[in-house]
Structures are given as C-alpha cells and as structure tokens.
Design a protein around this ligand. Structure first.
Ligand SMILES: Nc1ncnc2c1ncn2[C@@H]1O[C@H](COP(=O)(O)OP(=O)(O)OP(=O)(O)O)[C@@H](O)[C@H]1O
Ligand SMILES: [Mg+2]
Length: 449
C-alpha cells in the first residue's frame, strides 16, 4: 500500500505543486490549507506522514503539531519553515517533529527527507514489535510454577534483572529452564533495548570460540583477512549469555577472567584495550565446583562468575509443578496442533507424576506434544502415553521391604532394577555399577516379562 502524506500549507500554489509532485506511484497525497481542516483530515485518514507549514492562518503550526501528538504519538511530522530560524527548528524537534526543511526547498531534497523519515519509522516499528514480542515471550509470568522453592528463585531473578551489574551463574540439569531464566533476566531489566547475545560454548571449537567472543585483528591468524568484532563488542550495553560455560578451554578461561576483572579486553592478535559495558550471564549443567576440584575449571574464574547463583532444581524435585505444566502444555498444543485433547484423566496424571523426568521440562514438553498430536479424544488416558513413561512408573517403596505385596523374586528384581535405573536418570552404566552387575545383565532383566 502506498503511504499517505498529508500536506498542510496555506499557500495555494505551493500546496498544489507539492500535491502534484508527491502523488503518483510512490505516495498518496492529501492536502489541507488550514489547521482545522488538517486536524479533521488527520483524524479521518490516519496519514503515514505529515508535511506541516509552521505558519497557518487559523492556528500556529507548533500548536497543531502538539495536537497531532495528542492524537498520535508516533506519526512522523516534517515541519516546513519559511525562515531557517534555528530556534523554531529546535522547538519543532522538541515537540516531536521528525525533521524540518527550510523554504524554499528543492523538491528532490524534500522527497529524500520524506523517504528517510518513512524508512526510519518502518525500522522503528519493526524493532519495537520484535522487542515487545520478546518482552512478552520472556516475561516472568511465562515461567510456570506452583513450587515454593521455584517461586523464591523467581523472586530472586526479578531482583537480579533490575540490578543489572552483577554476573549471574545459572546451574541445573538439562531442560530445567536455564536459558528461559537468562532471557527473562535480560528482557525484564534496564538492558532490554540493547542486545542479548547467546553463545553456546560447547558448540564451537576452542580457537573459533575465542575469536567469536573477543573478535580478531586483520592477520591475527591464517584466514583473518579483515578485522572482526566479537560478541563482547556486539553485546555492548546489553547481555552476553555464555551457555555451557563448563566447556571452555583454559585459554578462554584466562581471557574471560581478565575481562571480568578489568572490564576490558583485546581482540585476538590486538594490543588495544577495548572497554565495553556487558552483563555476563553463564549457565552450566555440570557441577562447576567439582570441575574446579578436578582441575578443569579455574577456581578464581568460578568465584568471579558465581557472584549471584541460581540453581534450578530438577523436575523430579518439584513434582507439584507437573499438573500445572501438563495442563498448560495440553492447552497450548491443542491450539497449535489443532487437536481435541483437553486434559489427562487421573490415572494418566498419576503416571506422569510417578515418572522421574531425567530430561526435565523439555522432556515433559516433548511427551505432551507427542501425546496431544496422537490422541483423538478430549481426555488423555494411560493408553495415549508413550510406553517408556507408562512402564517406568509405580515403583514399590523398596526401603520398606516388610510391607511389599508378595511377588515372585524375578518380578521384585525387575522392579528394583527399574527403580535404580530411574534414580540414575536412565543412565544404564551408572545403574549397573550401583547394582554390581554388567550392562548386558541389566538389559536382560529389563527385557524379562
Ligand atoms: N517453568 C517453566 N515454565 C514453562 N516452560 C518452561 C519452564 N522451564 C522450562 N521451560 C521450557 O522447557 C524447555 C527447556 O528449557 P531451557 O531451554 O531453558 O532449558 P535449559 O536448562 O537451558 O536446558 P539445556 O541445559 O539442555 O540447554 C524450553 O522450551 C522452556 O521454554
Ligand atoms: Mg540451554
């Protein structure tokens, strides 16, 4: 659609020549010769841009600009002044005009100003749309929980978001929501309008990670054909989220430590200190202290990163969240997959509650997606659930062996092995080692009827 331009001027000749010059392929031009007419046109036609003369017969152009701003905060206005008085121009910009142009002007000059103005308006609208979508997507309200420990963690994260200087370390098993929290902290704090850059440290090889993070100078290594800015520079004023921080090499650890101490760094192959204002959030599913004791991670860096720490408990330690998550996930997938499922019956929910969820919320989400997709009823029953979930529930209380229902030794062995396997988060080697048997024997027991 062609943008609509409202031209407001009391000089008839100028008005009609501007109308002629601006209407055609590119724009749709409307004209008004006084303030009253302009306001009426403005309210009725919602123009994309206003070209406004400072001097009008009935109302001062500045006053009209003010009125336009009361109706619409964002519609761009270019003021036309007969005298290139700087004071008027400054006042116009203060009142929210996008630009001003001094009469007499060249029509090409005016067209250029209009194009630039509309372009930047479009970019601004797009950027604002992306930002408000992200802000909405990563609001703390989107982190679902009924668990009291998690509520406490969210309260802490909200405080961390507002106080945007300190470095944060988020730990927790895979799929517990570490990335979700990192985003929420950025998008709910003062840095939200500046970049949020995520780097998965495990996905890049040592050398690549170093130059991606810190950038490099031309000729720093073979292939460095020109200077390149790294993520630290690109994230200036914003947040750098270093995911899987436990994977970085000793060399990169030293560079990162230096940045945290000095708040500046040098590009690879460079000598100049570059200052940036970047908040660092890191995440790991490893036990970093254990990595420190094994000599894999520098202790000094650990303490620098761990100024504020958030530990997200695994889903099996906050099972009171499962009914809420299940309910919301079914509701979401019902809509996005256009399916019929509305809720789980009691038995299906009990099975979901009994399962240990080694993949945490990501696993729960995948299972619900699959179940909603494959079910054609309103109610999800145990038969709709994947076998691996159904077979993994209902473990007896092994600690209290006196109250066990009588059963064959083979059945007891199988139930016990399943129990240990689930407690080992489905890690067969670990379970076999706890049970003192080989992995082959473990598999045989699990396969037995
Ligand atoms: N409390 C929650 N409420 C709603 N959705 C959640 C919650 N926690 C996690 N999720 C969702 O679960 C999925 C996994 O979360 P996320 O990617 O943040 O986990 P992670 O800890 O970074 O995992 P990994 O270590 O594997 O990278 C995402 O889709 C996320 O939106
Ligand atoms: Mg993650």
């Amino acid at each position: 659609m062609k943008p609509t331009i409202l031209i407001v001027d009391d000089e008839k000749l100028l008005l009609s020549s501007l109308e002629r010059a601006l209407s055609g392929n590119e724009y749709h031009a409307l004209t008004a010769k006084n303030g009253k007419g302009a306001l009426a046109f403005f309210e009725k036609n919602n123009p994309d841009l206003v070209l406004l003369d400072v001097k009008l017969p009935d109302i001062d152009g500045m006053q009209l600009l003010r009125k336009i701003r009361e109706i619409d905060l964002h519609c761009p206005v270019i003021m036309m002044t007969a005298y290139s008085g700087i004071r008027g121009a400054v006042e116009a910009i203060k009142l929210g005009a996008y630009d001003y142009i001094a009469k007499p002007f060249d029509i090409e000059e005016l067209k250029f100003a209009i194009a630039r103005c509309l372009e930047s308006q479009r970019a601004m609208v797009e950027v604002n749309e992306i930002k408000s979508k992200k802000k909405e997507r990563y609001s703390f309200e989107k982190i679902l929980t009924r668990n009291s420990d998690m509520k406490e963690i969210i309260r802490l994260a909200k405080r961390i978001a507002v106080n945007d200087k300190s470095t944060v370390l988020i730990s927790g098993e895979s799929g517990t929501g570490k990335e979700l929290f990192a985003n929420a902290i950025h998008y709910n704090g003062p840095r939200l309008n500046d970049p949020f850059i995520t780097v998965n440290c495990a996905a890049l090889s040592e050398g690549v990670l170093e130059s991606e993070l810190f950038g490099h100078e031309k000729g720093a290594f073979t292939g460095a054909i020109k200077q390149k800015k790294g993520f630290f520079e690109l994230a200036d004023k914003g947040t750098l989220f270093l995911d899987e921080i436990g994977e970085i090499s000793h060399k990169t650890q030293v560079r990162l430590l230096r940045f945290l101490e000095e708040r500046n760094f040098q590009r690879v192959g460079g000598t100049e200190d570059i200052d940036v204002d970047v908040r660092i959030i890191t995440a790991t599913n490893k036990d970093l202290l254990e990595e420190v004791s094994k000599g894999n991670f520098r202790e000094d860096l650990y303490y620098r990163l761990n100024v504020i720490s958030i530990h997200l408990p695994p889903l099996c330690e906050r099972k009171d969240d499962i009914p809420l998550l299940v309910e919301r996930l079914i509701a979401n997938y019902r809509i996005t997959l256009n399916k019929t499922a509305r809720r789980c019956d009691d038995e299906a929910l009990r099975i979901l509650l009994d399962y240990d969820w080694p993949g945490n919320i990501r696993e729960l989400r995948n299972i619900i997606e699959r179940t909603v997709l494959l079910s054609d009823d309103e109610i999800i029953t145990p038969s709709d659930l994947p076998l691996e979930i159904v077979n993994n529930h209902g473990r007896p209380e092994t600690a209290n062996i006196h109250n066990l229902d009588p059963m064959s030794l083979d059945t007891l062995i199988k139930l016990y092995v399943e129990n240990i396997l689930s407690r080992s988060k489905n890690n067969k080697s670990k379970a076999a080692s706890i049970l003192g048997i080989t992995r082959q024997r473990l598999r045989r027991i699990l396969r037995s009827q």
